[in-house]
Design a protein around this ligand. Structure first.
Ligand SMILES: [Zn+2]
Length: 278
């Protein structure tokens, strides 16, 4: 539901919403001239966002990802990037991404693809097992914020690595759309690619600082609602690393989707630490 202006202040006071809720209100509050169509379009990302913010990612991970495959994927990623899960992977220019791709014999195609429908696509990966392709292909939609483009690139590289471990990504192209984060939860191949993206943004030394929650030392690990303090640190980290600030410079729909991505990758990282001590 859209809540604007004065009403939102009242809601926050009476319900004592989380820091996530407060940021959603802030993003929506900036959209003064929103029409009925926009409001309807934002309802879905808002639902997805709130759902992911509550969900226990430890349970999701246990269900979707096999621990031994996960370890193998990490070993494989270290062959490409020895500092994986030890240092932060900083966003690169398109030329640098092209150089990395070329070293891996991946064909990189980067094109801005605008408009509401164009923006729904973040990127995709196609393995060379497709008859038409000599080399694997990564497509990046560069109409997105450069920080988001960089995150998409790492996700698509994640497919490349996973395909090496599991013996092929299959014939299907792996599209990464808006709303994709939620869909990834039930797909081992997609969640594995997200794990790689998550570990590049939050390597182990940083994750231990940010996600060490007192209750993780109990018998049952969980990663459900991020405490406000952790959320504030994550937001600061994403601002410094990717330059994404959820400020007025980003369109509302885009802000909501990037915020969902931020929560998704952070909670995935938290779950990896809490459940597997990675
Ligand atoms: Zn994917």
């Amino acid at each position: 539901m859209f809540i604007g202006g004065r009403l939102s202040v009242v809601t926050l006071k009476s319900e004592r919403g989380s820091a996530v809720d407060a940021l959603v209100e802030e993003i929506l509050g900036r959209a003064h001239k929103a029409g009925r169509k926009e409001l309807a379009a934002w309802r879905r990302p808002q639902r997805e966002l709130r759902e992911l913010a509550r969900l226990d990612y430890v349970r999701v991970m246990r269900r979707t990802l096999d621990y031994h495959t996960l370890r193998a994927i990490i070993r494989e990623t270290r062959k490409i990037w020895p500092e994986f899960n030890r240092e932060v992977f900083r966003p690169k220019s398109l030329n640098q991404l092209a150089a990395i791709s070329s070293d891996l014999r991946i064909h990189l195609q980067a094109t801005p693809y605008r408009g509401p429908e164009g923006m729904a696509l973040r990127g995709f990966y196609v393995d060379k097992t497709r008859k038409m392709l000599k080399h694997p292909l990564i497509f990046l939609n560069t109409a997105h914020h450069p920080g988001a483009v960089s995150a998409t690139f790492v996700h698509e590289i994640g497919h490349h690595v996973t395909a090496r471990v599991t013996g092929g990504a299959g014939d299907a192209a792996h599209y990464f759309f808006y709303g994709g984060h939620r869909n990834h939860l039930g797909h081992p191949v997609e969640l594995a690619a997200d794990v790689i993206a998550s570990l590049t943004a939050y390597p182990a030394p940083l994750a231990r600082k940010m996600f060490a929650m007192p209750w993780d030392w109990g018998l049952v690990a969980r990663a459900d609602q991020l405490p406000d303090k952790a959320f504030a640190q994550i937001r600061k980290h994403v601002r410094e690393l990717l330059g994404i600030n959820f400020g007025a410079s980003l369109p509302t729909g885009q802000s909501l989707n990037y915020l969902t991505g931020m929560i998704h990758y952070a909670k995935l990282r938290w779950a990896l630490l809490a459940e597997y001590e990675l």
